[in-house]
Design a protein around this ligand. Structure first.
Ligand code: FNR
Length: 194
C-alpha cells in the first residue's frame, strides 16, 4: 500500500527551514520509504478565514482545492515554526479552513516536525495537538522531533535545504512512525458494509 501524506509547512518564507523539512521528507520517502508518498500542499494562496467567503455553501476556489487534497490524503505531516510560543498564523488558517463542515481532517494519523529557535518548536507542537483534538486527528507520540534550526551543527543551508545527516535520520524515524500508525488505523477500520 502506498499512503499519500499531505504535508504542510507553517512558514511561507522562501528559505523556510520548515518547508525544507518537508522537501527532505519527500526525498527520504522517494529514496527509502516506498510505502509513503508526500503531497506537499502550499498554503500561501489561502485567503484569511472569513465565513462570509463560504456563503451559500461554496468555498473560494483555492480553499476548495486545498480541502480536496486534505480529504484525499491518507495521513498528514505538519512542519511548523514556533511563533510566540504557538503555531504560525498561516498554519492555523489552513487547519481552520479544512475544519469547516464537513471536516476534512478527521480520523487519520498525523506527525509533526518543527524547526525553530530556543526549544526547537516544542510549544508549537503541543498547540497543534490541542487543535487536533477537535479535528479528530491521531498524532504520532514518539519519536518527537524538535529541531533547533539556528544552533550548531549547521542544519539548513541558505535556501532552507536540510543538510544535517542526523536531522535527516530524525525525520526518517518520524516518517516510519507515521506510516506504522496510519497502517494500524486503516487496518483497525471496520469494512464499510459491516
Ligand atoms: C519567531 N521565532 C520563535 N522561535 C521560537 O523558538 N519560539 C518563539 O516563540 C518564536 N517566536 C517567533 C515569532 C515570530 C513572529 C517570528 C517571525 C519568529 C523564530 C522562528 O521560529 C524561527 O526563526 C524559525 O526558524 C522560523 O521558521 P522558518 O521560517 O525558517 O521555517
Amino acid at each position: 500500500t502506498v499512503l499519500r501524506v499531505a504535508a504542510i509547512s507553517g512558514s511561507l518564507r522562501r528559505a523556510s527551514a520548515n518547508t525544507g523539512l518537508i522537501r527532505a521528507a519527500a526525498e527520504i520517502c522517494r529514496e527509502s520509504i516506498p510505502g509513503l508518498e508526500i503531497d506537499h500542499i502550499d498554503i500561501s494562496s489561502l485567503p484569511l478565514l472569513n465565513t462570509d467567503l463560504e456563503a451559500g455553501g461554496v468555498f473560494p476556489a483555492a480553499v476548495e482545492a486545498f480541502r480536496a487534497r486534505v480529504r484525499g490524503a491518507n495521513c498528514f505531516l505538519f512542519a511548523s515554526p514556533e511563533y510566540n510560543y504557538s503555531i504560525s498564523g498561516p498554519l492555523k488558517n489552513a487547519l481552520d479552513w479544512g475544519s469547516r463542515p464537513p471536516n476534512c481532517w478527521g480520523d487519520r494519523a498525523a506527525a509533526i516536525l518543527s524547526a525553530s529557535g530556543g526549544s526547537g518548536g516544542s510549544r508549537s507542537q503541543y498547540h497543534i495537538r490541542q487543535v487536533g483534538v477537535f479535528l479528530d486527528l491521531h498524532f504520532v507520540n514518539k519519536p518527537e522531533a524538535f529541531i533547533k534550526a539556528h544552533q550548531p551543527p549547521k542544519k539548513f543551508d541558505d535556501d532552507g535545504n536540510l543538510v544535517d545527516p542526523e536531522t535527516k535520520e530524525q525525520v526518517r524515524k518520524v516518517l516510519l512512525a507515521l506510516q506504522a500508525l496510519a497502517l494500524r488505523l486503516q487496518l483497525g477500520k471496520p469494512a464499510a458494509d459491516s
